[in-house]
Ligand binder design. Structure first.
Ligand SMILES: [Zn+2]
Length: 425
């Protein structure tokens, strides 16, 4: 049987109130012959109510490291690392939510707040009666109607960075409340069928000294124009085909900054590393072209949607009058894995050594469209290339949309050495 002192201690810590006060109350109830369990319940109600809770009492205080998806409701004292504001569609309504990370000495955890608790990065708070749910296999705190948030006077020291400032290379899908300083490298405005009807969005590419990433601006900001250097405060990160993508919203703050230097080199990786990363927006790979695949050389596209068509039939638009185009789908092997490199028209013309018109003439003279692909295969197969572009991974494998494609002048021996050291560290 738990002693009165122990019971008072447990209650005080779980309710976040003074132990002496709880002990006095407990002693009084027990002296009136109230059973201990009932006395504790009654005090939970008393202090739970005074804390503004729903009367169900506050769960015991937990270290973040001990929270699991099965934890039920918890109470934690933690430092607010980041706060991101976002509008989502929930049960048919637009709702503003707050998301980010909390940390204590033992660990950190993501949270979603369904009401505005006025959280700011750096605050130390006690979050009472937060729900725990599972997201992507990890526990996440849910701060709702029955959650209390109390600002603590004393700052909790935590072994994590406070605030959302990051380099582009460090962003990961799922990140919320991030702040980046970037140069806008490309922009495109288009109209989409959004959740509230037709709406205009801006998309393009951002760069900093570490890498480049695609972005979408859901509330087109006029500060986001080609060549501008800007600080984007409160953006969130999702993924598109394995590549992190920066989302700017109506809640993001945008400010011009001094010119941001942009990485010129791309990220050098082995194919295996790039595939393991699930996608890399600006990857540089070096390997041998082992095969030029079917669907290379002269191709035809639907004029409506740009899909490759065969026998004038588009999957979406039926019978069409197709447009001629050129591309290469080449399998690149660097000894660790393979990737399909896709060259668009310009790079294909350059490896073919002639324009689309030349290729069409060539095919006409030979009375065979395949001669173009055959000639490209003869040039590429067995040679080593350095390729730069966006690598994505889907169920069919890894593809790299090349922006640069050049024959490698690297010493093959040195490269073999590098791979060996990677395989056997
Ligand atoms: Zn089509």
């Amino acid at each position: 049987m738990m002693s009165l002192n122990d019971a008072a201690e447990e209650l005080a810590s779980s309710l976040g109130v003074d132990k002496a006060e709880v002990k006095a109350d407990l002693e009084k109830l027990v002296s009136y012959s109230v059973p201990m369990d009932e006395a504790k319940q009654s005090l939970r109600r008393k202090y739970g109510d005074s804390g503004g809770g729903d009367g169900g009492g506050t769960p015991p205080k937990t270290d973040i490291v001990d929270i699991t998806p099965e934890s039920g409701n918890v109470t934690v004292t933690a430092r607010v690392l980041t706060v991101g504001k976002r509008s989502i569609r929930y049960e048919g309504e637009n709702q503003t939510i707050f998301e980010g990370e909390l940390a204590d000495e033992t660990g950190r955890i993501s949270y979603t707040a369904w009401t505005d608790f006025s959280l700011s990065p750096g605050d130390t708070v006690t979050v009472g009666n937060a729900g725990v749910r599972e997201w992507d296999g990890e526990p996440e705190l849910n701060l709702g109607q029955s959650t209390t948030v109390t600002l603590e006077k004393e700052a909790l020291s935590v072994p994590y960075e406070i605030g959302g400032e990051r380099d582009l290379i460090d962003l990961e899908p799922g990140d919320r409340g991030r702040t980046v300083e970037v140069q806008v490298l490309e922009t495109e405005t288009r109209t989409i069928d959004g959740r509230d009807g037709e709406t205009e969005i801006k998309s393009g590419v951002l760069g900093d000294a570490t890498t480049r990433l695609p972005f979408t601006d859901w509330e087109p900001h006029r500060e986001i124009v080609d060549g501008a250097s800007v600080r984007l405060e409160d953006v969130y990160i999702d993924e598109f085909r394995g590549v992190p993508s920066v989302n700017v919203t109506e809640f993001s703050a945008i400010e011009p900054t001094a010119e941001v230097t942009v990485s010129e080199s791309g990220t050098e990786l082995s194919v295996r590393e790039a595939v393991a990363a699930g996608g890399v927006y600006d990857a540089v790979l070096t390997g041998n072209v082992i095969e030029v695949r079917d669907g290379s050389g002269l191709i035809q596209r639907c004029p409506e949607c740009g899909r490759v068509v065969q026998n004038d039939q588009c999957r979406s638009h039926g019978q069409v009058d197709p447009e001629d185009d050129m591309r290469v789908k080449a399998i690149l092997d660097d000894g660790t894995d393979t990737v399909t490199v896709i060259l668009g028209r310009e790079l294909t013309e350059s490896v073919y050594g002639g324009t689309l018109e030349d290729a069409l003439d060539h095919a006409r003279d030979a009375m065979d469209r395949d001669v173009v692909a055959d000639e490209i295969a003869e040039k590429l197969e067995g040679r080593e290339y350095r390729v730069r572009g966006a690598l994505s991974v889907d169920e069919y494998g890894a593809n790299l949309d090349a922006t640069d494609f050049e024959e490698s002048d690297e010493d093959p021996k040195a490269r073999a050495q590098a791979f060996l050291s990677e395989v056997e560290p």
